[in-house]
Design a protein around this ligand. Structure first.
Ligand SMILES: [Zn+2]
Length: 355
């Protein structure tokens, strides 16, 4: 012991005070340390949350870019295939051109025209594919009845229903009028398409003759009206879409109308009967033989009759019989129908609305 008892007694309060101060300092330090750590934890937590949000954002961006890359990849594959077809066609045309160069200028210019048509269609599709653009729908088929004296057609709404169906199917770059009228051209035609005015004219005289054929049968009457409309619609679509058609356009227009009607599930028997009644070979010995116009752009009725019959039989051999078709033709009909349907679907694909 280095202090006496007395001194010890005297120093106790001081020692207590010192101990109290030390304890107070210790507590303050602990509190300060606690404060610092809690403050650090809060700022850390904020930082972590920010990083997490940033990571989420980056992950979403990555997913979106990944999807786009996938889309671009499949588009590139498609474009590569189109390009290969285009190159193949170009190669063939260059070959034909070089062979014909020394022969005559006409054939060369025909090939140039064909080259131009093919380039237009394929390049347009290629461009649209690259831009990823949908073709814009800027128009409709619009019906107009001029001098509808009997109002039978306008009231029956037969044409309206067919036109509505066409509008829900096709994308048009502008309106195309479907005018029901009677003018000079109706003396030699049941309807026509005017390229300059971009309008279809259906002749009252023809529609009246259909009505006289089926005065009490709206179903059969409607099939003849639909064929007349679809034949002219084909001319209009070939013009506005600039569809490349090889061969006579009149043949293509008939083919379009029949194939589309069969694909719609229509019963085209009235059409078969009509062409059967008009076929030239039935009148071969009569005075009407001069009506056979071999130079005309339209095929003869007898040829149109067999073509319609073949497509119908080819589409559904149970619904349409082949009694009038020689077996040499009948066995090809199923292929004729499916390849025609496939060709129209391919040609019209860029302008078909999504169903
Ligand atoms: Zn025509």
């Amino acid at each position: 012991m280095f202090m006496s008892m007395k001194e010890e007694k005297h120093n106790k309060p001081i020692l207590f005070a010192l101990a109290a101060v030390a304890i107070a300092l210790g507590i303050t330090n602990i509190l300060l340390a606690y404060n610092i750590t809690t403050e650090m934890n809060q700022s850390d937590r904020l930082g972590v949350n920010n990083i997490r949000a940033e990571l989420d954002y980056l992950k979403n961006r990555y997913d979106a870019i990944d999807k786009k890359v996938e889309k671009i990849d499949s588009k590139m594959m498609e474009l590569k295939e189109i390009n290969e077809v285009l190159n193949d066609v170009r190669y063939k045309l260059v070959n034909i051109n070089s062979k014909d160069e020394n022969n005559n200028n006409n054939s060369s210019s025909n090939n140039n025209a064909l080259n131009h048509i093919l380039d237009y269609s394929l390049e347009q599709r290629l461009k649209e594919g690259l831009e990823g653009k949908e073709v814009e729908d800027r128009g409709d088929f619009k019906i107009m009845y001029i001098d509808d004296k009997h109002k039978i057609l306008s009231r029956s709404k037969v044409l309206d229903a067919y036109v509505d169906a066409l509008n829900s199917k096709f994308i048009l770059p502008h309106d195309i009028e479907v005018v029901v009228d009677e003018d000079d051209r109706c003396k030699n035609a049941s309807g026509y398409y005017e390229q300059m005015r971009k309008r279809i004219v259906l002749c009252y005289s023809s529609i009246n003759s259909f009505m006289r054929l089926y005065p009490d049968d709206v179903g059969n009457f409607s099939m003849l009206v639909k064929f007349l409309l679809y034949h002219e619609v084909a001319h209009a679509l070939i013009d506005v879409y600039k569809l490349p058609i090889v061969g006579m356009q009149e043949y293509a227009a008939d083919n379009f109308a029949i194939v589309m009607m069969l694909n719609d599930g229509d019963d085209i028997h009235p059409l078969i009967w009509l062409y059967d009644a008009m076929r030239e070979d039935k009148y071969a010995t009569s005075t009407t033989t001069t009506s056979s116009r071999y130079w005309d752009t339209h095929m003869l009725f007898v040829q149109r009759y067999y073509d319609i019959l073949c497509l119908a039989y080819g589409s559904d051999p149970l619904r349409y019989d082949s009694n009038d078709l020689p077996s040499e033709r009948a066995y090809r009909c199923s292929h004729e129908y499916s390849s025609a349907l496939n060709a129209w679907n391919e040609l019209l694909k860029p302008w078909m609305k999504a169903s």
